[in-house]
Design a protein around this ligand. Sequence first.
Ligand code: NAD
Length: 367
Amino acid sequence: MTESREQTALPQPKPEQTGYAVIGLGKLTLEELLPAFAVGRASRLAAVVSGDPAEARAAALAYGLTEADAYSYDDFEKLGERDDVHAVYIVLPNSLHREYTERAAKIGKHVLCEKPLATSVEDAEAMVRACKDAGVFLMTAYRCQYTPHHWAARDAVQSGRLGQIKLMHSVNVQVEPNEGQWRLRRELAGGGSLPDVGLYCVNTVRFLLGEEPYEVSGTLYSTPGDERFREVEESVTWQMRFPSGVVAQCACSYGAATARSIDVFGTEGRLAIDPAFDYQNLRLTVQTGQDVTEVRVPPEDQFRLETDHFSRRIQEGCAPYTPGEEGLQDQKIMAAIYQSAHEGGRPVALERFEGRDVFRGAAPERS
Ligand code: NAD
């Protein structure tokens, strides 16, 4: 495809769209986020930031920007001079999220930060504080909370259609290869399978119920002698207990072939999302008595939904549905799971919250 044909295929930026600088041009950015911006309704790509100037220029040109829209990490503060950059989307290894959130807040830009929000409770708290002090919004990029299948499941759970919810079960496992992997370096990742893939189970259970766990317990396991797990854990199993009496049993691993599911069991029925955390082709089934229905939801780009949500909230001056506090709460839950595992699996208490959606903003528009 020639450059001019590629550029004419791109939608023209509209002035009312929120402009983003995306920092970190790895797999997620190149394969999912930049294509999602190309179909954004309330969002548009305005700049890219990378440690590799050639890579930044290539990405800028491929998505209808100019070479002047490509920045290096050292140039980051120059984005402060750009009135058409309203927000920074941080898509870097986890331990860099805090630094770039603080730098973005300092130059007055809103922040959309990839999950996990940080690598410690302390860092996540500092990020929430930095954005609050600077008067900018911080959103945790929890795409599943903007996904129609997950909303349909939440409606089924919270409407009483399944009766009283008793048990939940969620699994997120995949095989992580060894080569050049920041995910296996504790300093960059903060942990192993738990903050990377297990976080989806923690977050989605909380989202479907709208409740917060008051107690967790967990265990870790890494195959002895497997070089990949010298610094971070391979597998985690854990339990979360909720005020309504729901018990959720979850597992994550970097050592098993891909499986991503969530099951909810109530007194009148059950539901399953399987696959639950993929970017597309999610499948939701609801069973009450002998009746099994597949809930069909039109396919949507999860990343477009997520970024357009944040864009509209920025335009309206309202906090996003999944603010920094939502990511901070997961950080506290994961820290408690690790604490339990290091103390022989004993239950660890968390602050008790009785309300619903206590860390979330107003519900997102359903479009
Ligand atoms: P990746 O390894 O593909 O890309 C990481 C990027 O960070 C690269 O551009 C790399 O050059 C850059 N980088 C800067 N400093 C680095 C350093 N010291 N070491 C390694 N890379 C460095 O990673 P990714 O899969 O794009 O993940 C980036 C973030 O996005 C992570 O926080 C991850 O958890 C998150 N993520 C979220 C989803 C989702 O579905 N929401 C999916 C994948 C990744």
